[in-house]
Design a protein around this ligand. Structure first.
Ligand code: IPD
Ligand code: CA
Ligand code: CA
Length: 263
């Protein structure tokens, strides 16, 4: 399958999976906790991941799948084709709000992101990117992101950044929030990344994200010139959890050197 056929195939799976998710609103959800009480998963997260895996294994048997709910392959390297899938990013929103959740998917070939998708299911907004060919919101090309100053920025952070915590110096974050134009928190890393690449947010950061939260967004980010690193300005390792920042260029350096300090 060439990259354009693969792109069409991935999009058809995403759209069909989203229809199944929306149909589930009329049935009762089975909700469980994972690593802790507020780390939630539902039968629909699991069924959506299984939907992708069943199709990919049937149609592309040499492709491997790195999925959040663990129905895919055990991934210890990025050789060949690897699909990194979060079937529902923003499960808490899915359960409580029935909006602001996304299907997040990145397709990597020998460690290089070749196709990326973030589908905001309830807004019917499919962000997609093909390596070297730019990024799109549905059929509309997304322009390259512009340079932003700290003072004119809206940053995506949640409240845990400004209370004492074990990861970062919260005083620097208070200083940041006193300087920027505004802050927002949407409860889905994929949606927050989608807002940076489309210019609705100027930066988004997290203390810990998994490969499936960010793999699709990273392909899109590259196509529009948004900068992605860890909070210590290292490249992201997609075989493990990472700290994470995506930002407009210029702002990225300023945030890391003047405001964000890890403990
Ligand atoms: C979570 C969301 C959330 C982020 C968490 C993720 P999930 O993903 O993206 O915004 O803060 O770190 O784990 O569990 O809803 O797929
Ligand atoms: Ca997630
Ligand atoms: Ca998820």
């Amino acid at each position: 399958m060439n990259i354009h056929t693969l792109d069409k195939y991935a999009k058809s799976l995403i759209k069909e999976a989203a229809n199944n998710i929306k149909s589930s609103f009329s049935s009762t959800l089975i909700i469980e906790s994972k690593s802790e009480a507020n780390d939630l998963v539902t039968n629909i997260d699991k069924e959506t991941e299984q939907y992708f895996i069943n199709h990919i294994k049937r149609d592309l048997p040499d492709h491997r799948i790195f999925g959040e709910e663990g129905f895919g392959d055990e991934i210890h390297d990025l050789n060949g084709y690897v699909w990194m899938l979060d079937p529902i990013d923003g499960t808490m929103n899915f359960i409580h709000q029935k909006k602001n959740f996304a299907i997040s998917l990145g397709i990597y070939k020998d460690g290089v992101g070749i196709l990326g998708y973030i589908y905001n299911v309830m807004e019917d907004d499919l962000l997609s990117a093909t390596i070297g060919e730019g990024a799109f919101s549905n059929d509309i090309r997304i322009p390259t992101v512009e340079i932003a100053s700290v003072e004119q920025s809206i940053v995506g952070v949640n409240a845990s950044w400004v209370i004492p915590n074990k990861h970062i110096q919260h005083e620097g974050m208070i200083k940041l929030l006193q300087t920027v134009r505004g802050s927002r928190s949407y409860g889905s890393a994929a949606i927050e990344i989608s807002y940076v690449v489309t210019g609705r947010l100027d930066a988004y950061m997290s203390m810990r994200l998994s490969p499936w939260d960010i793999a699709g967004g990273m392909v899109i980010a590259k196509e529009v010139g948004a900068v992605v690193t860890t909070l210590t300005n290292e490249p992201i390792n997609l075989l493990q959890q990472n700290t994470f920042i995506i930002s407009k260029p210029g702002l990225h350096e300023q945030l890391l050197s003047n405001y964000i300090q890890l403990k």
